[in-house]
Design a protein around this ligand. Structure first.
Ligand SMILES: [Zn+2]
Length: 196
């Protein structure tokens, strides 16, 4: 049985994704053994992130300014919005360099077993960005069940309420070297839909 402060820190670490009790114990004892300087550095970095990072009022990405640097970049098109799930997806898209517009970070995808209102997904913020000007939403969510559900929902709302919005999605097919026989249903359906 660990003393109370150690138990408390172990509990805090287990809240992180992918960290079980054993990993949390390893982190805690690593910090205890590594000395006060390293711990102070980590504490300061955490404090700085919490105090300085906010949510961009336009794209919902994390940034130290609101609106963020990408949203205020005049060289980027405001009429082409790439919709992604996670802030990390923006970094990947920027690395590829194919998108010259802005982004919208949903933070999550729709779960089919809960009402939309109770979910922490930035859909209201997305639809608030839709103006009367022609606009393209490029849906770049993962092609899994919840990603597909979310993309279908956005496409349906736009078709019904914002007919001037063009909804597109990244073309997907079978990855090189894959076997049709072992492809999952969604991949195969998409390969057919976006056939060349
Ligand atoms: Zn932004």
């Amino acid at each position: 049985m660990y003393t109370q402060p150690i138990q408390q820190l172990i509990r805090a670490f287990t809240k992180l994704p992918g960290v079980g009790k054993r990993t949390a114990e390893r982190y805690v004892f690593f910090l205890l053994k590594s000395g006060k300087k390293d711990v102070a550095e980590l504490t300061l970095a955490l404090k700085h992130v919490i105090e300085s990072i906010k949510t961009c009022a336009q794209c919902c990405n994390f940034s130290d300014t609101s609106p963020c640097a990408l949203c205020t970049d005049t060289k980027r098109s405001q009429q082409h919005i790439c919709v992604v799930t996670h802030p990390q997806d923006v970094v990947v898209m920027e690395r590829v360099g194919a998108h010259k517009g802005t982004y919208h970070v949903l933070r999550d995808t729709l779960q089919t077993d809960a009402p939309i209102e109770s979910q922490h997904i930035k859909l209201t913020e997305l639809f608030q960005r839709i103006t009367t000007e022609p606009l393209e939403l490029i849906l770049a969510l993962n092609p899994d069940i919840s990603g597909e559900t979310t993309m279908m929902y956005i496409a349906r709302v736009c078709k019904k309420e914002y007919p001037h919005v063009k909804v597109t999605r990244l073309a997907r097919g079978l990855p090189m070297g894959s076997d049709v026989q072992y492809a999952d249903d969604i991949t195969l359906q998409n390969a057919f839909m976006h056939r060349i």
